[in-house]
Design a protein around this ligand. Structure first.
Ligand code: PEP
Ligand code: MN
Length: 339
């Protein structure tokens, strides 16, 4: 059960509410976010919800049977919008494209990517400075210095930054230089990291775990929300399957289902979803048709020379065409909602 409290609830009204929850043997969890104060109450006793809903100091009350509650659409039917400022919004019915290299490599590469993105009207640049790599001998990113260098150029160009944070210890240092913290697939259930990201006022792009279920992804998001941060986006980036013909199995089903189960924006990552350059476009198009609010994809001036994930990275010419097809497909999908 989710109880949204009035901002001006009195101590006495709160006490009454806590007593009532105690009487029906519900455990009350206080949640205070940037937007509202809630009590998430968990219990099994059958009771008349009106007996709480009519109490003083309560704005709203909903019974949510899902294991995830605050991220559930059963509670909040209107989709959430992530506002990055400067007129960059995700989940408003406007389509968001986040593009850039897998890894931030150099000052020149940043400049070249920014030029390409600006020419294509893209407002959000992706890139990794802390790279989770299967082998410890692979390139692991430029770290905080790379992020600062990137931020300087991105800010000047009016671009927003989405980049992966791998450890709680990195959050403070990264804070002023990122617009969206990405939680990578390998950290999707790093509950300490999720707790910590719930305590900052910065949007989070939470990727689905390598073998994560939809329920696990939603409960991971619930960790962030219940710690106080409502600004969450979910990302389908493919799951591991028995199929060896491609890197991951991009789960279109998950996008359609997530759009039904949660009010959070859902982003498709076709680059990691299939892992093969020539299929990034069709897979991305499928993700959009299934309901994605945006796409995150890898581009590089010379993909063959990229420090990581070159095989799934588009060059600027290919990306230019793909962005157009993505945007048009999104409009077509929105139009089809009228039928
Ligand atoms: C990435 O975005 O470059 C990345 C490492 O993604 P994932 O966590 O989905 O593998
Ligand atoms: Mn990558």
């Amino acid at each position: 059960m989710i109880i949204q409290l009035e901002k001006n609830i009195t101590a006495e009204q709160r006490k009454q509410l806590e007593k009532k929850l105690g009487d029906i043997q519900y455990k009350a969890n206080d949640v205070k976010t940037q937007f509202a104060d809630y009590i998430v109450a968990v219990g099994k006793t059958d009771f008349d919800i009106r007996s709480i809903g009519t109490m003083e100091g309560i704005r709203d009350i909903h019974r949510v049977s899902d294991p995830y509650k605050l991220v559930s659409k059963k509670w909040k039917v209107n989709d959430s919008v992530i506002d990055l400022g400067d007129d960059v919004k995700i989940g408003t019915g406007e389509f968001a494209i986040m593009a850039g290299p897998c890894s931030i490599e150099s000052e020149e590469q940043i400049a070249s990517t920014i030029k390409h993105l600006k020419e294509n009207g893209i407002r959000i640049m992706r890139g990794g400075v802390y790279k989770p790599r299967s082998s410890p001998y692979s390139f692991r990113g430029l770290g905080i210095d790379g992020l600062k260098m990137w931020h300087e150029q991105a800010k000047e160009a009016g671009l927003k930054i989405v980049t992966e944070v791998m450890m709680t210890e990195q959050i403070d240092a990264m804070m002023d230089y990122v617009d969206i913290f990405q939680v990578g697939a390998r950290n999707s259930q790093n509950f300490n990291l999720l707790d910590a990201l719930g305590k900052v006022d910065k949007p989070v792009l939470l990727k689905r775990g390598i073998s994560g279920t939809i329920d696990e992804l939603l409960q991971a998001a619930e960790y962030i929300f219940s710690n106080g941060n409502e600004k969450i986006m979910l990302c389908e980036r493919g799951i591991r399957s028995y199929e060896g013909a491609y890197r991951n199995c991009f789960d279109v089903n998950a996008i359609a289902m997530l759009k039904e189960k949660t009010h959070l924006p859902v982003i498709a990552d076709p680059s990691h979803g299939i892992g093969i350059r020539s299929f990034v476009e069709p897979v991305g198009l499928a993700g959009i048709m299934a309901g994605a609010d945006g796409v995150i994809m890898e581009v590089h001036h010379t993909p063959e020379k990229a420090f990581s994930d070159g095989q799934q990275t588009l060059d600027y010419g290919q990306a230019h065409k793909t962005y157009q097809k993505f945007s048009k497909t999104f409009l077509l999908r929105e139009e089809m909602k009228q039928i």
